[in-house]
Structure formats: structure tokens, C-alpha cells
Design a protein around this ligand. Structure first.
Ligand code: ATP
Length: 573
């Protein structure tokens, strides 16, 4: 079902927009002033001049270890280290002392202190005792005027601060900087500051603003509730590096990597083998209209809208149990928080020994393993995301208490316990998105889980390759049910799967019954494979990686879970 992505936090945005504008302007002026001051500094006669400046290959004290912020701990107290990081903030306390905040590895931050050891100026200059590093007042001024988001390398002594530094993740240590070099400067004015980048995105519309509104769209908007400056997805994507640098996006990206890893490792431990389906195909694979066409040496080619046929070719080819992780393309003009024109599919297909429930249980097993383990392995990252996008912890069923409803049972539940508007939902018609969401709320309340399965979909809601239930069971006006299911997280679909037809005659009959020509390009070759060899009973499923990540974290849009979201109106960056 189509639904439009309505901008969130519209109300109140105007009022706070003025505040945001004022703040942005203030920040810009301060940055320009600081940049001008730095330009004025003559480093030549500074005794500490070799200890700071712009450098591509700076010199540090020999044998000083380069340390990642994430590995700094109390064992470094008193030691000298080199740290490479982004400078995200700075302030000058006095002519002799300043502070910087360094960030690296997602959201690892630490306070740096830069304190002059050389006193006096000009003829009055007094150098410190032999062996003390040279830090001049000019170095203090220069260091604290570095533009935020510049990449720096510092040499520093690790010390315990007098008081814990609450603003930094590493609060129990600080860096006493004795050398500071800018390896890559950021401009004086950023397109989006870190403070804005790490706020929730306030509007997911891809509409390009009209000429008059273009500048407005790029300015920080405002999160109506807090009044804190925040920006639209458009602004985030136009500032892709800052979008990605924000700790919240770093955490989402790390969780995504972990989900993929867990999918692969769980299946490999159960005899599944990875395969790679093609993305370029010669015919619209499932006969649908939602495929991207492209020119291909005088012919037409298409981008695969699913690896479905190829997963089945693997089974026909004797690969027994396969999985694939790769891009899937959909030429659907669906401008919703759930859809993208390119997403990542986690797919599997397996032989069936006795029943299609083997497939259902394998898919349930892999997803519950992912959802449980990711919460242990990515506890910090999940907290980082929650701090920006608050959410309730996902409820998962106890082992052995998984919720599996038939489609008819789910519709009954919705009729009886859902909102009044769904009193008349039918057992032989597919669910709409609002129905799915309402059912999610009912299931959560009744079964205390955000993860559940709906099985036995009516054949009207499934593609031609879905195997009909052998018992001949029907719903509604005599519609047969299939051995096919969908999985849901928080009332939103994340997986479609089921048993596939493996008998060529049955398959051809279903293809015809669905109004598809069995002789049409792609379908003919698909059907031929089942005639060429005996294909064992099999089934599988396709999971949308982006949706798993997004709904696990209860993000407002799947676009936040993708590195570079592709939508009908957006192909860049
Ligand atoms: P929907 O009804 O939500 O559009 P679908 O029924 O077309 O999804 P399938 O073709 O069954 O979805 O694809 C399998 C899985 O791939 C879905 O459960 C979902 O997780 C994911 N998926 C499908 N379409 C998209 C999309 N446009 N963007 C992101 N993920 C998608």
C-alpha cells in the first residue's frame, strides 16, 4: 500500500526556526573571527613552532604509540600517546589554557587540555625547565581556533582530570596536549554542524524545494518539541559526511554490519552455502512491472527485483541450502518510510525434508538469533541510537513461545480486538499497512512480543510460485491458502517466504491461473529448469535488511538504516 511520508515535527518548527537561524549565524561569525585570528598568528618566532601547525606528515617523539580513543583506559595514565581524531569542539579559557574535544570511532570522545609552558612574550619569554615540552600561548590560541571537524593528530600525556569530564564518553581521562597538527582542515562554516547531525531527522520528504525555498531547506530546521536545531533528510544527505559522522548514524551502521554477520554465521553453522545471484537480468524476473529497464548492447536488460528464480536454480543445481546477501531493485513509486528503490536482501532457500515448517522454523531461528544477539553485542550502539530516537525495547518471545498465527486467525484477531475500522476485514484479501500496524499493537498487548509470524496466506495475496496447502483448505469465498508466510517486527513486514512449487505441471498451471504467459521471456526459462531435472521440494524467504535494522531500533524511516538511501526522487549522493 502506498502512503506518503509526511514531514514530522512540522508544528512549532517555524517558531524555533528563527532561533536556529540565529544560532547558525552566530556560529558562522565566531568561526570566521577565529579563522581570521589564526591567520594573523606569525609562527616563525615562536619557540614552540615545531609542535603545532598544518602538516601532512607531522613529527612526533620517536616510539610514541598511536592509540585509538576506544582503547584508552586507566593503564595509559601518565603515558604519552599520539591520537588521531576529529576535533569537534574547542574553547579558550585564558591566554595560557584552552580545551578541545576530540572524537573518533563513532562516539568515543575525550577532552584535550592545551596549557602554555612558555611564559611571557617577546623579550620576556621564559622557557620551561629542560625536558618540559614547549607549549606557547600562540599554540594555545592556534589549537583552540581549529575549525570543528578538522582531522588532527596530537601528542599528549594521558592524565586523570580533577573532575570527571561529563561531556565526553571517556570521562575519567584527559589528554594534555604537547603537539597538535591539523592533517585535514574543515571549512570555517560546516553545511551541517555535528550538533544538528546528531539530532533526529525532522522531515523525510524527498521533495526538492522550489527555487525560493531552496536555501530554507538547507538551513537547520527545528525539532518542535525541544527547540534544538535539527535538519531534514534532504539536508543530511546533502551533507553526507557529516550525516555519517554523527554518532547515531555510526551506531546504526555498526548494528547493520552485525546483523549481516549474524545472518551469515548462523546459516553457515547450519550447512548453508553462500551464493551470488546476478543483478543484471534479461527478463523481468517475476513478470512484474516494477523493474528498472536499462540499455544493454542494443537490447533491454533489467535490474533484479529479487533473487527468487536464482535461489531456486541453486536448489535445482544441487546446492541444497543457500543464502545470499545483496542488492534488490524495485521500480516502485512508493514514497513511504518503508520503501526504497534499492535495498539489501538477506535471502535463503533450502530443501524440505518433511514439511515447509522446516523453512519457517529456520527463518524464525535466524531472525530471533539476530534480534537477541545484536542486543548483547551492540548494547552501546543501541543506547546511542535510543538517545536520539527514543524507543521501547523490542519484545521477543521466549524460546518455545513463538507467536505463529494463520492469516485467518490474524484477521479474526484484528476484527475482534483491533480498532473499530477493521471490524470487517476479510480472510481472503491481503492486509493493508494500517491493518498490519494495528495487528502489531494487538499482538504486542496480547502475546507480549513485537516479533511474530503470519502463515497460510490466501493464494490471492501470493505470487504464482507459492505452493498451495495440500489439505485444500480455503478462506473467504473458497480461496485456497498457501504454505506461505510473512514475518513482522512492531507490526511491519520484514520477510516474505514459504514453500515453492517444485512440480513443473503444477507450476505451469499456477502460472496460467495467475494470468501469466508460461511462454513469456524469463518465465519460459524458469519453467524449463523444472522440466530439465527433478527439483526437490524446497522453500525459502527474503528478508529486508534495512527494515530489520530500522524496526529493531524503531526508527522513523528505513532510509536511516541504509547507507545511501535510494528513493524515486533521490539518486544522489
Ligand atoms: P511491501 O508489501 O512492504 O512493499 P513486498 O511484499 O513487496 O513488501 P517482498 O517482495 O516480499 O516485499 O520482499 C521481501 C522483503 O524485502 C520484505 O519483507 C521487506 O523486508 C523487503 N522489502 C521489500 N520491498 C522493499 C522496499 N521497497 N524497500 C525496502 N525493503 C523492502
Amino acid at each position: 500500500m502506498e502512503e506518503s511520508s509526511a514531514p514530522t515535527s512540522k508544528k512549532g518548527a517555524k517558531k524555533a526556526e528563527a532561533k536556529a537561524k540565529k544560532e547558525a549565524l552566530k556560529a558562522q561569525r565566531a568561526a570566521e573571527r577565529a579563522a581570521a585570528q589564526v591567520a594573523d598568528i606569525d609562527l616563525e618566532d615562536d619557540p614552540a613552532k615545531d609542535n603545532y601547525g598544518r602538516a601532512t606528515s607531522p613529527t612526533f617523539t620517536p616510539d610514541t604509540p598511536v592509540v585509538e580513543l576506544s582503547s584508552l583506559d586507566d593503564s595509559y595514565d601518565g603515558k604519552t600517546v599520539v591520537v588521531r581524531a576529529w576535533l569537534q569542539n574547542s574553547r579558550i579559557q585564558s591566554a595560557k589554557m584552552g580545551f578541545v574535544e576530540l572524537r573518533k570511532g563513532g562516539n568515543w570522545t575525550i577532552q584535550g587540555v592545551v596549557m602554555a609552558t612558555i611564559s611571557g612574550t617577546g623579550a620576556e619569554t621564559q622557557l620551561p625547565a629542560e625536558g618540559t615540552p614547549l607549549v606557547s600561548r600562540r599554540m594555545v590560541k592556534w589549537t583552540t581556533a581549529i575549525n570543528p571537524e578538522s582531522f588532527v593528530a596530537v601528542e599528549a600525556t594521558v592524565k586523570r582530570p580533577l573532575e570527571p569530564v561529563k561531556s565526553c564518553r571517556i570521562s575519567g581521562l584527559e589528554l594534555h596536549i604537547t603537539k597538535c597538527f591539523v592533517l585535514a582542515p574543515a571549512p570555517a562554516v560546516l553545511g551541517m554542524t555535528m550538533a544538528v547531525a546528531n539530532q533526529p531527522v525532522v522531515n523525510f520528504s524527498d521533495e526538492t524545494p522550489s527555487a525560493g525555498d531552496a536555501d530554507k531547506a538547507k538551513e537547520p530546521e527545528a525539532a518542535a518539541e525541544s527547540g534544538t536545531p535539527a535538519a531534514s533528510m534532504l539536508t543530511h544527505l546533502d551533507n553526507i559526511a557529516m550525516h555519517k559522522r554523527a554518532p547515531v548514524q555510526q551506531a546504526i551502521a555498526d548494528i547493520r554490519v552485525e546483523v549481516k554477520k549474524l545472518f551469515r554465521s548462523y546459516l553457515e553453522e547450519r550447512r548453508f552455502k553462500e551464493f551470488e545471484p546476478p543483478c543484471l537480468i534479461g527478463a523481468a524476473s517475476e513478470g512484474g512491472a516494477n523493474v528498472f529497464k536499462l540499455a544493454y548492447f542494443g537490447q533491454e536488460a533489467y535490474l533484479a527485483q529479487s533473487p527468487q528464480f536464482y535461489k531456486q536454480f541453486e536448489i535445482a543445481g544441487g546446492r541444497e541450502r543457500v543464502f545470499g546477501i545483496g542488492p534488490v531493485f524495485r521500480a516502485e513509486n512508493s514514497n513511504t518510510p518503508r520503501h526504497m528503490t534499492e535495498f539489501t536482501g538477506l535471502d535463503l532457500e533450502m530443501e524440505i525434508t518433511h514439511s515447509y515448517t522446516e523453512v519457517l522454523h529456520t527463518l524464525e531461528g535466524v531472525l530471533l538469533h539476530i534480534l537477541r544477539t545484536v542486543q548483547e553485542r551492540c548494547a552501546d550502539e543501541i543506547e546511542t541510537v535510543r538517545a536520539v530516537y527514543p524507543s521501547e525495547k523490542i519484545l521477543l518471545p521466549e524460546p518455545g513461545k513463538e507467536v505463529r498465527l494463520t492469516f485467518a486467525e490474524a484477521q479474526k484477531l484484528l476484527r475482534e480486538e483491533g480498532p473499530a475500522e477493521f471490524r470487517d476485514v476479510r480472510d481472503d484479501e491481503d492486509m493493508s499497512t494500517p491493518q498490519e500496524k494495528a495487528l502489531g499493537a494487538v499482538v504486542r498487548e496480547k502475546y507480549k512480543t513485537d516479533f511474530y509470524v503470519i502463515d497460510k496466506f490466501p493464494e490471492t495475496a501470493r505470487p504464482f510460485y507459492a505452493k498451495l496447502d495440500d489439505s485444500g483448505a480455503t478462506v473467504g469465498d473458497g480461496v485456497r491458502v498457501t504454505n506461505a508466510f510473512d514475518f513482522f517486527i512492531r507490526g511491519q513486514e520484514i520477510l516474505s517466504g514459504g514453500q515453492r512449487i517444485n512440480d513443473p505441471e503444477e507450476l505451469e498451471a499456477r502460472i496460467r491461473a495467475k494470468g501469466v504467459d508460461p511462454e513469456s521471456a524469463g518465465i519460459k526459462e524458469y519453467l524449463t529448469v523444472f522440466r530439465q531435472v527433478g527439483v526437490p521440494p524446497h522453500g525459502g524467504g527474503g528478508i529486508g535488511l534495512d527494515r530489520v535494522v530500522a524496526w529493531l531500533l524503531a526508527l522513523p524511516s528505513v532510509h536511516l538504516a541504509a547507507g545511501y538511501p535510494r528513493t524515486p526522487k533521490r539518486l544522489l549522493p
